[in-house]
Design a protein. Structure first.
Ligand SMILES: [Zn+2]
Length: 318
C-alpha cells in the first residue's frame, strides 16, 4: 500500500466507524415508541404517577378518559386489546375499578405482564354505615372506600407500588426510575406535611360534601365528612337526606359545601337553597377536585394544593 492508499483506508475506516457509533448512539438515545415499556393504567392519577416515574422510558395509556365518572365505567373492545398488549397494567383496586378485576383480569394472558393493584398493602377504610344507607339501589357496593388517591399519604404508597412494578419489568432502567420516583416521593411528602401543618389549627371538625370521597383525607388529617350522596356518585339523594344534612350543618354552624367540578352540582345547589332558607346564612359552595384529570390548568399536585386551600376555609384553619 502506498501512502495515498493508506490514507484512503484510514479515512474510510473513520467514516464507517463514525457511522456505526452514530447509529448505535442514536438508537440508544431515541428509543422508538415500540421499544418503550407499554403501561396501561385504568384512570388519571395512576397514569399520571406512572408517567412521572417512567418518563421517557414508558408509554402510558389511560383507559378512563380525563374527568369522567369512574365508578361505573366500562371498557371498550379497543381498551381490552390495549390491555392485552401491555407490559405493565396498573389499577386502583379497593373496588374502584371493579370491572377490571371482575371482567378483564380473568380474560388476560398475564404470563408476560406485570399486573399491579396499587392499593395492595394499603390500610383500606371500610365503608361507613352512613354512606351505605344511600347505596341500596346502586349497581355496585364495595366493602372498602375506593377513594385512596385523594389522600397524598395513601397516593404515595400507590405510586411506590407503580415504581416497583416498572423496575421489576424493566430492571435495566433501575437508576432512571429510582431518581424520578425519589422526586415524586418528595412531592407527596411535602404535600402531606402541608396538609398536616395547614389543618393543624382547624376550628371545625366536619365538612359537608356532595360525594363522600374524602374518607382517607379525613382519616389522616383528623376531620369528618358528611355526604349528600354516598361513596358512589350516580344516585339521587332523597328529600330526607337533605333535611338531615341541613339540620346537621345548622347544628355545626357550618355554611360551606364542597363540590367536585366533574360531578353535577345540583345536589349542592339544592342543599345551599335549603340551608340558606332555613338558617338565613350565606352558604358558600367551594370546589374540591377529585383529581380525575387535568382541570382548570391544574395537574394532580396543582389540584391537591387548591383543595388544601379550600379545606382550610371550610375547617376554619388559619
Ligand atoms: Zn367517587
Amino acid at each position: 500500500m502506498n501512502k495515498r492508499q493508506k490514507l484512503f483506508v484510514i479515512a474510510t475506516t473513520v467514516i464507517v466507524l463514525t457511522a456505526v457509533f452514530a447509529t448505535a448512539f442514536y438508537s440508544l438515545q431515541n428509543k422508538t415508541e415500540a421499544d418503550k415499556l407499554k403501561v396501561v393504567a385504568t384512570f388519571y392519577p395512576l397514569a399520571f404517577f406512572a408517567q412521572q416515574i417512567g418518563g421517557e422510558q414508558v408509554t402510558v395509556k389511560q383507559l378512563i378518559p380525563d374527568n369522567t365518572e369512574v365508578h361505573n365505567w366500562q371498557p371498550s373492545f379497543g381498551d381490552i386489546l390495549a390491555l392485552d398488549e401491555a407490559d405493565v397494567i396498573i389499577y386502583n383496586g379497593a373496588s374502584l375499578d371493579h370491572w377490571f378485576e371482575d371482567d378483564i383480569l380473568p380474560t388476560i394472558d398475564s404470563s408476560n405482564k406485570i399486573i399491579i393493584e396499587t392499593t395492595e398493602g394499603v390500610n383500606l377504610l371500610e365503608t361507613e354505615q352512613e354512606n351505605n344507607e344511600h347505596d341500596q339501589d346502586h349497581e355496585y357496593e364495595g366493602l372498602y372506600d375506593p377513594h385512596t388517591w385523594i389522600s397524598p399519604f395513601i397516593a404515595k404508597q400507590q405510586a411506590q407500588n407503580i415504581y416497583e412494578s416498572l423496575v421489576q419489568k424493566d430492571p435495566n432502567n433501575l437508576d432512571y426510575y429510582t431518581e424520578r420516583w425519589q422526586n415524586l416521593k418528595t412531592q407527596f411528602e411535602e404535600l402531606d406535611n402541608n396538609y398536616l401543618s395547614g389543618l393543624s389549627t382547624k376550628a371545625k371538625e366536619e365538612i359537608f360534601v356532595t360525594h363522600s370521597a374524602f374518607g382517607y383525607l379525613a382519616d389522616r388529617y383528623g376531620f369528618e365528612q358528611h355526604g349528600v350522596i354516598g361513596i358512589s356518585a350516580d344516585e339521587q339523594p332523597s328529600a330526607s337526606t337533605y333535611v338531615h344534612l341541613v339540620e346537621m350543618m345548622m347544628d355545626h354552624e357550618t355554611y360551606v359545601v364542597y363540590v367536585d367540578p366533574v360531578y353535577a352540582d345540583e345536589s349542592a345547589q339544592t342543599l345551599r337553597n335549603e340551608l340558606e332558607r332555613l338558617s338565613g346564612q350565606d352558604v358558600q359552595i367551594l370546589k374540591f377536585y377529585f383529581m380525575l384529570g387535568d382541570m382548570d390548568g391544574l395537574d394532580y399536585f396543582g389540584q391537591q394544593e387548591k383543595n388544601l386551600e379550600n379545606l382550610k376555609i371550610g375547617l376554619e384553619a388559619s
